[in-house]
Write a protein that binds this ligand. Structure first.
Ligand SMILES: [Zn+2]
Ligand SMILES: [Zn+2]
Length: 343
């Protein structure tokens, strides 16, 4: 029985090109109790490999998180297979708008400790006991309710360039930190307020809503599919868009514009700007907001020190970095004393 890839990425790319068939890029996730993760992993691999499905899938005792490329002609068979698994029946599938036939070149199904690195080691609560999922229309209603507290479950650099009106946006670097801060700030309202939360694609709220229910919050709601699905529903159903600014995304685009409002400022001169960049000094790589004119003046760097290093010959820069930790692998996002206008 074949349980692993037999083709290399290059061979696979050639086959896909040759076949010339349309493929769909799909993602989905769900928290569920999975007993034997290895058996489940093999079950997925055998079935999906037969359907020529490619992608990266994480399976853990707490659930599944999958990013896939499925041949369009096999979509129905694939969907039927998902529906045959009790906790994946009718799972919401995010289908990418921009199709890329070469988005994945192998099928990798990996057993992991967790499906998202959330820093939460509390196993005392049931991750499947989630909040009430709401779509865009209901969400729009809920967030106008005076008994609602709307919370942004994302990190500071994400909410800085865009968030829902009236949202609480914790000034945190990690998901773990925001859980504690929100619990502390809302401790007196576990019964009387509706706790409504959202994040980018919904997965952080799946965990957070279960966590807050466990902590005694009685009315917990979450935006189904996050800002991404909200935007899609708003456009499709002609609803009022209550999201201001840009949705931060974790790929090369860094942000998707949702409304024309620019709610952030250049961290160097304070002018309205919501363009994230990485400091051009490879040893720094800080993620921050920089306007075009500061980018020109600072040679795309976050500070004078970085500018000096960046302007050295490449070999000298390399020598300077020698023996130091590669800082772009460190979690370093939008926090630096030199950024005068970082709110
Ligand atoms: Zn500027
Ligand atoms: Zn820098």
């Amino acid at each position: 029985m074949q349980l692993y890839n037999t083709l290399s990425a290059i061979e696979r790319a050639a086959l896909i090109e040759e076949a010339g068939k349309e493929r769909l890029t799909i993602s989905f996730y769900t928290y569920a109790h999975i007993g034997n993760t290895n058996i489940f992993r093999n079950h997925l691999f055998i079935n999906w490999n037969d359907m020529d499905v490619l992608g990266r899938i994480y399976v853990a005792h707490e659930g599944i998180n999958a990013q896939l490329s499925v041949p369009a002609e096999n979509f129905n068979v694939f969907k039927e297979h998902l529906d045959s698994i009790s906790f994946l029946e009718n799972v919401r599938l995010n289908i990418a708008i921009e199709q890329d036939n070469l988005s994945f070149l192998k099928l990798k199904v990996k057993v992991r400790h967790k499906i998202v690195a959330d820093g939460l080691e509390d196993n005392s609560f049931d991750v499947t006991n989630k909040g009430i999922h709401v779509g865009a229309e209901k969400f729009n209603e809920l967030i106008e309710d005076p008994d609602t507290v709307l919370v942004d479950m994302r990190n500071h650099y994400e909410s800085e360039i865009g968030h829902f009106k009236n949202a609480v946006t914790p000034d945190v670097d990690t998901f773990r930190d925001s859980l504690d801060i929100i619990e502390r700030d809302l401790a007196a309202h576990k019964k009387d307020k509706k706790l409504v939360m959202y994040c980018t694609g919904g997965i952080r709220c799946e965990k957070a809503s279960a966590y807050y229910k466990h902590k005694g919050f009685e009315q917990v709601y979450q935006l189904e599919g996050g800002i991404i699905e909200y935007t899609r529903q708003v456009e499709k159903n002609n609803l009022e868009n209550k999201f201001k600014g840009k949705n931060f995304v974790f790929d090369h685009r860094r942000g998707e514009r949702i409304s024309d409002d620019v709610i952030a400022n250049c961290h160097q001169c304070g002018t309205p700007c919501d363009e994230h960049v990485n400091c051009a000094n490879e040893a720094c790589h800080l993620l921050f907001i920089q306007c075009k004119s500061c980018a020109e003046k600072m040679n795309n760097c976050c500070s004078d020190t970085c500018k000096e290093v960046h302007e050295l010959p490449f070999e000298e820069q390399k020598a300077l970095r020698k023996g130091k930790v590669v800082s772009n692998k460190i979690f370093k996002k939008g926090r630096s004393e030199v950024l005068k206008f970082k709110k």
